[in-house]
Design a protein around this ligand. Structure first.
Ligand SMILES: Cc1cc2nc3c(=O)[nH]c(=O)nc-3n(C[C@H](O)[C@H](O)[C@H](O)COP(=O)(O)OP(=O)(O)OC[C@H]3O[C@@H](n4cnc5c(N)ncnc54)[C@H](O)[C@@H]3O)c2cc1C
Length: 381
């Protein structure tokens, strides 16, 4: 039986307009905004994240006793949408705010919440995702990194790869095998929060197509973690990771990575309007608007503790198609086009977006995997 997707577009509310005014005001005065960035949630600037955290824009929905601001999930949505639309360098706190913090809030112990969440909310504690392994990206249930109970804690051995910002963060949330059950691969997985300066943990850089060092390979050789580094329940790692992926796949970063280039193009078109430019902008914005409505609906569902994994897969797949199309259409239409060294804002931003666009449909789950999830939930396979 085909399951209908759950999308209910919410109306604008006064508190959302207030959140939008506040973050715009913040960004208007922040020094980092002198150089806006394409794919800005891949630009790591700890000082910017610190200022953002002190202003109350990280961990916004969390309880005040853990450093949060007890605002609603759509107020947070408005803030991250504005950060992306402005091209703010938001990578440092992004993963901790989007998924590690919410995982700790949902599955962590009281002690873990009190210890870690306030530092994340202040923009002083950054986290990485330790899911992918050299032979295990799409098929996550086959992870081979092992954590064994020894004495009072865990001993971890294995390798992770593509670990974004591990070289600049404080913790990595490692998905690892804590017991073997060949017949049920999804069982026996757990999540362990490991400090990135732990002895035995080697971090090797991987340079990406854009020439920057964003991700890494991590080698765990008898890395020791205390018993209370386990997040949630031993053996329940698969269910926990699936709920984490809904946070990872549904946000506006899945369709706004190249938006700054589109906006810079629109600025040029305002100065020298043409029918072609109007048609191009119109056709792209008409795809952006429904994506935004879908993504906001998921934010509201996540805020109510639901796990809309199917809906999140739809947004991620349609969103990455959109943000890749933005760069391609702009490259086709505009001469002269992208140049990373250009002093012209549009040409520089387009070059940044073009260099990063191939990763849009790989990071967070590949196109084929997301289409498989969508087909399964539609009852087509
Ligand atoms: C910019 C970037 C940042 C990243 N950051 C992180 C991070 O911080 N932490 C982390 O853990 N990971 C991270 N990743 C890794 C990312 O999640 C994986 O690259 C992705 O899940 C794909 O896994 P893989 O590279 O092993 O490819 P594979 O799984 O080997 O896939 C190779 C190809 O085969 C296809 N394929 C695989 N299985 C199937 C199937 N069953 N049916 C049809 N086609 C299939 C895939 O779609 C793909 O085209 C990042 C990746 C990128 C690009």
């Amino acid at each position: 039986m085909m399951k209908p997707p759950n999308f209910t577009v919410r109306m604008e509310h006064p508190e959302l307009e207030r959140a939008r005014r506040e973050i715009r005001e913040f960004l208007a005065h922040d020094p980092a905004m002198a150089t806006p960035r394409a794919d800005s949630w891949s630009h790591f600037d700890p000082a910017f994240s610190g200022r953002l955290g002190r202003a109350g824009f990280i961990g916004m929905t969390w309880p005040k006793r853990y450093g949060g601001a007890e605002r609603n999930s759509l107020e947070r949505y408005v803030v991250i949408e504005e950060l992306l639309a402005a091209g703010a360098p938001a990578a440092a706190h992004w993963i901790a705010d989007r998924q590690t913090g919410p995982q700790i809030l949902r599955f962590g112990s009281e002690d873990q919440r009190e210890r870690i969440l306030p530092a994340i909310a202040r923009g002083e504690c950054f986290c990485s995702i330790g899911m992918s392994e050299p032979d295990t990206g799409s098929d996550l249930a086959s992870v081979r990194t092992r954590a064994e109970r020894k004495g009072d804690g865990w001993t971890i051995n294995g390798r992770k790869i593509w670990t974004s910002y591990a070289h600049q963060s404080h913790y990595v949330l490692v998905l690892c095998r804590t017991s073997e059950n060949a017949a049920a691969r999804h069982q026996g997985l757990s999540q362990i929060l490991v400090p990135l300066d732990a002895p035995g943990l080697t971090i090797r850089p991987i340079i990406n197509l854009a020439g920057t060092h964003d991700f890494n390979e991590l080698l765990f050789e008898d890395v020791q973690a205390p018993a209370d580094a386990l997040i949630g329940t031993e053996g329940a790692g698969w269910a926990q990771v699936i709920s984490e992926l809904a946070f990872e796949r549904s946000g506006p970063e899945r369709f706004l990575s190249s938006f700054v280039a589109l906006e810079a193009f629109a600025e040029m078109a305002r100065r020298e309007p043409t029918a072609e430019a109007a048609a191009l902008i119109g056709s792209l914005i008409s795809r952006l608007a429904p994506l935004r409505g879908m993504s906001m609906s998921i934010a509201a569902q996540l805020g109510q503790g639901e796990s809309p994994n199917f809906e999140a897969a739809l947004v991620k797949e349609m969103g990455s198609l959109f943000e890749q199309d933005v760069t391609e259409r702009l490259l086709e239409e505009v001469v002269p086009a992208a140049d990373p060294e250009s002093s012209d804002k549009f040409r520089r931003l387009l070059a940044e977006a073009v260099l990063r666009a191939p990763s849009f449909s790989i990071r967070g789950g590949t196109r084929e995997i997301l289409r498989g999830i969508i087909a399964r939930d539609l009852g087509l396979r």
